[in-house]
Structures are given as structure tokens and as C-alpha cells.
Write a new protein. Structure first.
Length: 293
């Protein structure tokens, strides 16, 4: 049997003690075993212009932000606002088409194939400027007979193309099943279809954006589903059901249980606070439920 002398043990402990201080703040957060929460700047602080929401997020303690649709501002302006307040971007969506005209993504629409391919370049440019590594590609709502008939083939082809293209730029491609009540007709509305695509993805660069608000209304069983899909989840988002409020508001979901589950499955998952906020939100739930900023 081999024993270390007391001097060797002390030396080993001292080396590892100082190693800890060489880690970045982000790495230290991940080592703490607490999931970090990002503020969604398209849904929180909406009483302010988008640029001013960075200041609001920072004033509430946030260090991370996601901007689902950042394209109303230049990428550089958003990056400057983030840098000014020591914020890091965690997620953006690829351009979803004209939101005011009912578009909720382009990937499943044959009629928008060229626009979809062009939108990926825009998303990549924004992600690289913002220092963001994840891009969510929305499927959209097929409406014309031709779009409906070709949705499965077109969606598969477009998403796999996006995953490969993003990989060339060290960016992760995310897809998110969305429930049929919030966005009726949305093409990707279940996890089975998402997994079929992931299994076809030769780039190994396609992940699920798992939103508990949608998951509860798609099939429930949130804890069991996260465990089943854990190797394929690249990002988490949260909101209460049915009103899409904060996690500490009344509703169908027990977020003390859900955050315990998330932490036990993967404490490095980043959690996006994608819920309808108001001007006097406190965000006490973040630390009360065992997460961190």
C-alpha cells in the first residue's frame, strides 16, 4: 500500500487551492453546482427600449442575457450595451421572418427556402459579434398547400444544413418543440420529431432547446423527459404555466422540484428566464430556488 507523506499531501492541497483561482468566473459558477439564469430581453423589462434592458438586467444581478430577436438593433450596439454592463449573451434566434405578418420561423417553409438560407448568414454575423455560441432555428407555420405537403422534407433538409453551417463557425444549432396552444400550426410540436432529426445529424451539432413552459403542454413528465433527453439538451428555458409568468408565481408547475431535477441532471445547463415580466419583478426566485446569476 502506498502512502503520501504529510508534506506531499500539503503540497497537493496547496496546488489545487491556487488552481481554483485560475478558473474564469464562468467556470467557477459551473463548478459551484448551481445552474446560471439568463434574462430574456425580449420578454423582460419591455417597458424599456431594447438597449436599455441591458442596464435593467444588470441592476437586478444578471450576468447573462438571451435576446430571442435581436435584429431591431445592430449587433455592435447590442454588444456595446452588454459590455458596458458586464453581460454575456447566451442565445439568439435566427431571423424568424416577418413576425408582424404571422411568421414564426422559416425552416419548414418551402416557399421561404432562399430567405431561410440567407437568414443563417445574418444569424452567424450577429452571434459572432455578440460572442454568443447558440442559435435557435425556428420551424415556422406551414400554411399553403405546397408548404404543408413539403414541410417534413424541407424542415429536415434546412435544419441539418444549418447545423453543419453553424459548426463551421463553432456555433450550436438549437431546435425547440413549441406547444400547439401557444403557436397553433407550428411545425415542430413534439420531442419525437426533434430526436429523429438529431439522429440524422451527421455533424453532431444539433441540440434541443428544452422549454418547460412548452414541455408541460406537449407531454408533461418534465423530469422524466429531461433525463431521457439529457444528452441532447443544449439549453433550458422556463416559465410558469398557463400564464407564462415567473417561476415563483402560481400555476401548474412546481419549480422547486423542477430546479432540483435540472441541477441533479446537469448543473452546467444555462436556464433562460423566458417569461412575461413586469416593471417590478424582483427575481428573488433565482437564488431561492438554488440557481445563480
Amino acid at each position: 500500500m502506498y502512502f503520501l507523506c504529510p508534506c506531499s499531501l500539503f503540497s497537493f492541497a496547496l496546488r489545487n487551492f491556487f488552481r481554483f483561482f485560475r478558473f474564469s468566473n464562468t467556470e467557477k459558477k459551473e463548478m459551484s453546482g448551481k445552474n446560471r439564469v439568463a434574462a430574456n430581453l425580449n420578454m423582460l423589462f419591455t417597458h424599456l427600449p431594447l438597449i436599455q434592458r441591458y442596464s435593467a438586467a444588470a441592476s437586478h444581478g444578471f450576468k447573462l442575457v438571451e435576446v430571442s430577436i435581436p435584429y431591431s438593433e445592430s449587433a455592435q450596439n447590442l454588444r456595446d450595451a452588454a459590455d458596458q454592463h458586464n453581460l454575456k449573451h447566451t442565445l439568439i434566434n435566427a431571423p424568424p421572418g416577418n413576425w408582424d405578418h404571422g411568421f414564426r420561423g422559416l425552416a419548414a417553409l418551402k416557399s421561404q427556402k432562399d430567405e431561410f438560407r440567407n437568414s443563417l448568414d445574418t444569424a452567424i454575423d450577429y452571434a459572432k459579434t455578440l460572442g454568443c455560441t447558440r442559435i435557435h432555428v425556428m420551424a415556422g407555420i406551414p400554411k399553403t398547400a405546397d408548404d404543408v405537403a413539403n414541410a417534413s422534407e424541407v424542415y429536415s433538409e434546412n435544419v441539418l444544413f444549418a447545423a453543419e453551417k453553424f459548426k463551421e463557425h463553432d456555433l450550436i444549432c438549437l431546435i425547440e418543440p413549441i406547444n400547439k396552444y401557444t403557436i397553433p400550426g407550428y411545425y415542430l410540436n413534439n420531442y419525437e420529431e426533434a430526436m429523429r432529426l438529431i439522429e440524422k445529424d451527421q455533424s453532431k451539432n444539433l441540440k434541443i432547446q428544452y422549454d418547460t413552459f412548452h414541455a408541460q403542454q406537449i407531454n408533461g413528465q418534465i423530469g422524466a423527459t429531461m433525463r431521457k433527453l439529457k444528452e441532447h439538451i443544449g439549453y433550458i428555458q422556463v416559465a410558469q404555466v398557463p400564464a407564462r409568468g415567473a417561476c415563483d408565481t402560481a400555476g401548474e408547475l412546481d419549480y422547486n422540484f423542477i430546479f432540483d431535477e435540472i441541477r441533479s441532471i446537469d448543473s452546467t445547463w444555462i436556464i433562460g428566464a423566458e417569461y412575461v415580466g413586469n416593471s417590478n419583478d424582483s427575481f428573488n426566485w433565482v437564488e431561492n430556488m438554488g440557481c445563480s446569476f
